[in-house]
Design a protein around this ligand. Structure first.
Ligand code: CA
Length: 228
């Protein structure tokens, strides 16, 4: 079931939208201000964000920017008629689409489905900018790893290792495979180099997430994810 985060401070509207989207087969979490919206977004994994423009605590524009630092989740901005809303600004900060209130629920649904189709097309066409495993998000453009509201920068070698692991969760890689992937075949192979870098990566992931997900396979290599 697709999960929707709805950030909307108008209680009745939020209730109606959640009811309608539920009926259409979505699971909906509602936040009534920007701060709560950001919190929910960082904790959960959402397939779509519906974001009101004018919100208490953190406004929709700021929240949209923050979400876009970490996610390319489809996002529709909602705005009331008469609110100062610039479509260009909304799209510039990364909203995929916007709707002016009051809108028809069918219109909302049509926009949502159009976004999902676009996203599926994009994902087929290009490789993703973010890799996810449980609460970990690897930002591939920034070489940064995030968990909830905390993040850590990775070195090029740590990034190459983790990127390989996260693209193949639970797959066992030999030390030689890992070495070739990161350092190439032009450098003399060394077990020690792999182990040292895995150990640093473990510390970073562990410090961030409370567990490191990297498991040694005795006498062979390592895997990421799955049961310890
Ligand atoms: Ca509002």
């Amino acid at each position: 079931m697709r999960r929707v985060l709805l950030v909307e401070d108008e209680e009745i509207l939020a209730k109606n939208m959640a009811f309608f989207l539920n009926r259409e087969g979505f699971e909906v979490d509602v936040a009534s201000d920007g701060e709560q919206g950001l919190h929910l977004f960082q904790q959960g994994q959402y397939d779509l964000v519906l974001l009101d423009w004018m919100l208490p605590k953190i406004d929709g524009l700021t929240l949209c920017r923050q979400i876009r630092q970490w996610s390319d989740v489809p996002l529709i901005m909602l705005t009331a008629k008469g609110e100062v809303m610039d479509k260009v600004i909304g799209l510039e900060v990364g909203a995929d689409d916007y709707l002016v209130k009051p809108f028809h629920q069918r219109e909302l649904l049509a926009r949502i489905h159009a976004l999902f189709r676009r996203q599926e097309k994009r994902e087929r066409e290009s490789h993703q900018r973010y890799l996810r495993y449980e609460h970990l998000v690897l930002g591939r453009d920034q070489m940064t790893l995030r968990c909830g509201e905390h993040s850590v920068s990775l070195t090029v070698n740590e990034f190459k290792l983790l990127d390989l692991f996260m693209r193949h969760p639970e797959k066992v890689f030999s030390r030689e495979d890992l070495f070739d992937h990161v350092w190439g075949t032009s450098v003399a192979y060394s077990d020690r180099t792999v182990d040292v870098n895995i150990s640093r990566l473990r510390k970073k992931i562990g410090g961030l997430a409370g567990q490191n997900f990297l498991y040694a396979v005795r006498g062979y290599g390592y895997r990421f994810g799955g049961k310890p």
